[in-house]
Ligand binder design. Sequence first.
Ligand code: SAM
Length: 284
Amino acid sequence: MSISYTERHSPGASFSIEISRQLCSEQSRFQKIEIFDSDEFGRFLTLDGYMMLTERDEFIYHEMMVHVPMAVHPNPKNVLIIGGGDGGCVRELCRYPNIERIDLVEIDQRVIELCESFLPSVACSFNDPRLLIHYEDGLRYIRRFENTYDIILVDSTDPFGPGEGLFTREFYGNCHKALKTHGILVNQHESPFYSEDADACRKAHFNIFSAFPICKVYQAHIPTYPSGHWLFGFASKGLDPLADLHADEWEKLKLDTKYYNTRLHRGAFALPTYVNNLLKEAER
Ligand code: SAM
């Protein structure tokens, strides 16, 4: 008899993965951390019962979080990741030799420790000498900085529980303050499909739009996230994700990616009409 992990994506729809075994289950100070193994998706991490990543499709999310801003910013040296305790964004950033410093602000040390133990293909760059890990709330951390970072990646959980504060006007306003002139903020921007996710997306977009002059959204297909249609926010003080894309320089780095490429970069910002309408509503 098979056992499954099931996540409710809406009041009327759920998503299930048959699991071969549970590798860990722990209640930390902040959330329930579970890691499972499965034939279809390999190992996967959930927090408070919500899917965070699977070995099979995490490359999509982490490549789109990191390579889009890295292909636009002219010379990023100093990067901040808020959340991201699984290490996927750290791994992708560490592939850039010009990056000098990465600050990772993760509220829950146990996420990092358990991902290092059970998800070594994702949590594989925590020993990079450029990385500094801060175990604290990103909402508080960001208040201390001005004109410091070239790129900020908000790789957080959803807008409830510990992640709630990372979707507020205060937080995005402080991100704006902490970014340098050519600064770029990228965040996981929820999904436009199911109403609860669409509401979260609309609220986040409204708050980012009120803090940044450039506020765009791009998309990717992530099979294990609700509806599979996932959005990312791209906000900046002036850089445009398409006009300022330096595709040739990026190609010259010869980074071997499985999802991101500079043609897809352009296409990812071409959103469905209903998504554009949702974002326009939020901008009113
Ligand atoms: N890719 C996933 C997604 O899109 O849902 C997120 C992955 S990562 C595991 C999310 C991380 O954000 C978790 O490790 C969680 O502990 C961390 N987190 C949540 N709220 C936070 C906060 N206020 N400050 C810092 N880290 C936070």
